[in-house]
Write a protein that binds this ligand. Structure first.
Ligand code: NCD
Ligand code: ZN
Length: 346
């Protein structure tokens, strides 16, 4: 008998959709399986104001193929000049679901991010007051800190002081990659959640660096050693509702990945659910995939879980294309390095 798994339609709580030709090509890859996604604001220039978010949302909806049902949940990019009143108005109007904090220089297109946290105090206090979550890219940018330590140092140096200074602020630690990130979430039972990506459940730093440098496995935060990957798998599959899926699917065209200074970002929208089913099955936790992908995120964000369902079916390995074409050039799809037996029934 064929093995199937039916779950509520999932959401992606951390997604890069880009703009223009890349948006048009990658959006259906997410909308095919996901009902909603938190859309990252790190365009060039970034999505900073409510007006920027409204215009970007309109471009996303215009790029959505007819017949596909998908709701983009918009975010604002926090800058030192962000106006608390603009944020509050965008939230009150139902336009935005979160604000994104990038430490300046931490990752792709983060030059407009925050350097001096005192300058964003007013915005953070307003967000705590109105219950608007802050999504945090949790890495320090201090050149003296080793890239593999930047998440752990961020927790002590930035995140803990920031949360202490702003009681009631709801924070999502985005794309955690370390056991320290897992432990910090577990030690704090209020107002804190974390997203985990598909690829960080599958690759460690050896995948990037052993036997040649693999630019399509390079992302930020960079994958850490195997013990950290195992901690992430335990967190994702363990049933704790504070951990939920944010794929961080982050397309860059191959010409910018296969480069002397390649961009950070892994594109995983198309095969994420097949990958996750393998990870959860291997952990003996297929029954917890729905919590991770479809229930815990809505609970944290205070929105209902989706009513519709999707069904995954196990069978012969599914063939995904190695790349998807975009009007700007090909984008390579994440290769988990093992066969994928689970497919979403269309
Ligand atoms: C993201 C991107 O390409 O925009 N890159 C990445 O490696 N994850 C930015 C981010 O989320 O850090
Ligand atoms: Zn991201």
């Amino acid at each position: 008998m064929t093995q199937t798994l039916t779950i509520r339609r999932p959401d992606d709580w951390h997604l890069h959709l880009r703009d223009g030709a890349v948006l048009a090509a990658v959006l259906p890859e997410t909308a095919r399986h996901f009902a909603r996604a938190i859309v990252m604001p790190n365009l060039v220039p970034p999505v900073v104001t409510g007006a920027d978010a409204a215009a970007y949302r309109d471009r996303i909806l215009a790029a959505l193929p007819a017949g596909m049902d998908f709701t983009p949940l918009m975010t604002l990019y926090l800058t030192e000049a962000t106006d608390p009143a603009d944020v509050a108005a965008a939230h009150a109007g139902g336009l935005i679901a979160a604000v994104k904090l990038y430490p300046a220089g931490a990752t792709t297109n983060s030059a407009s991010g925050v350097r001096d946290f005192d300058k964003v105090r007013g915005v953070l206090e307003k967000m705590a007051e109105i219950g608007l979550p802050l999504c945090v890219h949790g890495e320090v940018t201090d050149p003296a800190v080793d890239i593999f330590d930047r998440e752990a140092v961020f927790i002590d140096r930035v995140l803990e002081p920031l949360r202490r200074a702003t009681p009631g602020l709801r924070v999502v630690m985005e794309h955690i990659t370390t056991s320290q990130g897992v432990d910090y979430v577990l030690a704090n039972d209020r107002d804190l959640g974390a997203t985990i990506t598909t690829h960080h459940l599958i690759i460690n730093r050896n995948h990037i660096l052993v036997g040649g440098i693999r630019p399509h496995y390079y992302c930020l935060p960079v994958a850490k050693r195997e013990s950290h990957r195992l901690a992430l798998v335990q967190a994702a599959t363990g049933g704790d509702a504070r951990f939920f899926l944010g794929t961080d699917s982050a397309p860059h065209v191959d010409a910018l990945k296969e480069h002397a200074c390649g961009c950070a970002g892994i594109f995983s929208a198309s095969n994420t659910l097949s990958c996750l089913a393998e990870v959860f099955e291997a952990a003996g936790a297929l029954d917890r995939l729905e919590g991770f992908a479809s229930l815990n995120g809505p609970a944290f964000y205070g929105v209902p879980a989706n009513e519709s369902r999707i069904t995954l079916e196990k069978g012969d390995p599914v063939a995904y294309p190695a790349k998807i074409e975009t009007g700007a050039g090909p984008v390579t799809l994440f290769d988990p390095g093992f066969a994928l037996h689970w497919r979403v029934i269309p």
